[in-house]
Design a protein around this ligand. Structure first.
Ligand SMILES: Nc1ncnc2c1ncn2[C@@H]1O[C@H](COP(=O)(O)OP(=O)(O)OP(=O)(O)O)[C@@H](O)[C@H]1O
Ligand SMILES: Cc1cn([C@H]2C[C@H](O)[C@@H](COP(=O)(O)O)O2)c(=O)[nH]c1=O
Length: 214
């Protein structure tokens, strides 16, 4: 599905630095693009998807079935696409999205072991062909990502953050497979150096696809 705008997603294991990178890149892009830039995140972006986010990530919901979790992410995604992403792309905007369908393949498909193919299939109904034009994959060793979250972060520690190391390792391996199999769309950035260095790599990668964006 080709649209007027540019759809750029950011992916990676927990603690890779997506939120930090998007903050810096969006502040640079915002100077040039103004209201032609939209920054958003999954699950979330509107009141229905934010409500679903609260249910999924609430640490008290220990009884949630893994397929229920996968379906809730897909439902939040659908609402986000319809309310935010498609209108913005139709208006020619550049959309920076913190996580998209690759997160479900990696976390639910591999992390929860539902199956990557199965999770891809249920998400086809939600995304109806809408894939990012470019995906920035921030790669970090699982233990390092979790360490960053536990050491530094002052906001929410959610139900997925507290999963065991093996869960996060399955997630990372799935991301690496996705990147290898979709290397035209998904670009791998080493997220282990200092933030400014990572941002520089991300900026260069975006410029390779969109030379005049910054
Ligand atoms: N390159 C970096 N080096 C060291 N620390 C970093 C780096 N990037 C981010 N951090 C720190 O790691 C923590 C997690 O970063 P951030 O929230 O940006 O990651 P994230 O990928 O969005 O995580 P999550 O998916 O769990 O929301 C923050 O405390 C942040 O300051
Ligand atoms: C979209 C999506 C997300 N997740 C997980 C990944 C994270 O642990 C949380 C989102 O929290 P963040 O701090 O905003 O990154 O949800 C997932 O398991 N499946 C998905 O499709």
């Amino acid at each position: 599905m080709k649209m007027a705008g540019k759809f750029i997603s950011f992916e990676g294991p927990d603690g890779a630095g997506k939120t930090s990178v998007i903050k810096k890149i969006s502040s640079e892009l915002g100077d040039k693009l103004g209201d032609q830039l939209m920054v958003t995140r999954e699950p979330g972006g509107n009141s229905i998807s934010e409500a679903i986010r609260k249910i999924i990530l609430n640490p008290v919901n220990t009884q949630m079935d893994v397929r229920t979790e996968a379906l809730l992410y897909a439902a939040a995604r659908r609402q986000h696409i319809v309310e935010q992403i498609i209108p913005a792309l139709n208006e020619g905007k550049t959309v920076l999205c913190d996580r998209y369908v690759d997160s479900s393949i990696a976390y639910q498909g591999a992390g929860r072991q539902i199956g990557e193919k199965e999770v891809w299939q249920i998400n086809q109904f939600a995304i109806d062909g809408l894939e990012p034009d470019l995906t920035i994959y921030l790669d970090i060793e699982s233990a390092e990502g979790i360490n960053r979250i536990m050491q530094h972060r002052t906001d929410e520690i959610n139900r997925l953050d507290v999963e065991k190391l093996e869960f996060h390792q399955r997630v990372r391996q799935s991301y690496l497979r996705l990147q290898k199999n979709n290397s035209d769309r998904i670009k791998l950035i080493d997220a282990s150096p200092a933030l400014d260095k990572v941002v520089e790599q991300v900026r260069n990668t975006i410029l390779q696809k969109y030379p005049n964006l910054f």
